[in-house]
Design a protein around this ligand. Structure first.
Ligand code: DC
Length: 265
């Protein structure tokens, strides 16, 4: 199994202060397959906010590490990569993209090779420090929905709205399986479930800002619920915090689907 080095250098890198409580940031955290991407993008569109997928940033760095054949147990090398890489996420919720050092990696970051390696890369404290610093630059002006694992606890602890989106392990595995099958990567469903469980265990037990629910997060369970129902619950919470108009506009036709399994991570 791939493990990150225990004490990489540079973990004390200074980070930009977190967005203040007044910055309109919606933090959406949760495990793989809980529906974060689909929900976060829809919520951003409805609020007229930008959208930041922090998982895509860890994936982009992982893609580069694999491309350069860096030893994933070499925390120092991964830390150096994170310090030097220029990661540029496109924050349009209708068409999010991610570019690293001039290469658009929006598609290859979803490969199974990257998916299986990303937990090791994202567990390195100095990697996290570098990426959290970049995430804070991107969200400093507010007006953004940010999805990840540590947004409400570490990246933007002052966010006025924090959502912890969850779903049963079966529902999450089934969604991931359908998502993989739709891109022609049809693993057996039980293998997908084992992979998801392994990645969740690693993301939740790592020492550096693990997947965790903020004390003041609103917990939303997406199991067996439609995307519209989940988005509606998040928008209602946004309205209660003054982040959305009392009467939000009707959803665009294209935004309506019947199931909450539109391929969310
Ligand atoms: O959401 P995702 O599956 O694209 O995330 C990819 C990996 O990155 C996942 O294994 C957890 C990690 N991650 C993280 O550690 N912190 C974040 N804020 C976002 C993702």
């Amino acid at each position: 199994m791939v493990r990150a080095a225990s004490k990489p250098p540079g973990s004390a890198t200074p980070v930009t202060p977190a967005a203040g409580p007044e910055a309109p940031v919606v933090a959406i955290d949760g495990p793989s397959g809980s529906g974060k991407s689909t929900v976060a993008r829809r919520v951003a569109q409805r609020l007229g906010f930008r959208y930041l997928d922090t998982g895509a940033m860890y994936r982009a760095l992982t893609w580069q590490a694999l491309d350069r054949r860096i030893d994933l147990e070499d925390g120092a090398a991964l830390a150096e990569l994170a310090e030097r890489a220029r990661i540029e996420p496109g924050t349009n919720p209708r068409r999010p993209t991610i570019v690293i050092d001039g290469t658009n990696v929006s598609v290859p970051i979803r490969s199974r090779a990257v998916t299986n390696a990303v937990s090791a890369v994202s567990a390195v404290p100095a990697v996290r420090a570098a990426l959290v610093r970049r995430q804070r630059e991107l969200i400093a002006d507010g007006g953004i929905v940010v999805e990840g694992r540590d947004i409400g606890t570490t990246v933007a602890p002052g966010a006025p709205l924090k959502i912890f989106l969850t779903a049963s392990s079966e529902a999450r595995a089934a969604r991931r399986h359908r998502q993989l099958a739709s891109v022609g990567d049809a693993a057996a469903e039980q293998d997908t479930r084992a992979e998801i469980d392994r990645r969740d265990a690693r993301d939740s037990t790592r020492a550096a800002s693990p997947l965790a629910q903020a004390a003041d997060a609103v917990v939303v369970d997406s199991t067996a619920r439609t995307v519209d129902a989940v988005v509606g619950e998040v928008l209602a919470a946004a309205r209660r915090r003054g982040l959305a108009p009392r009467r939000s506009p009707r959803p665009a036709r294209a935004a309506r689907t019947s199931q909450a399994d539109g391929g969310a991570a």
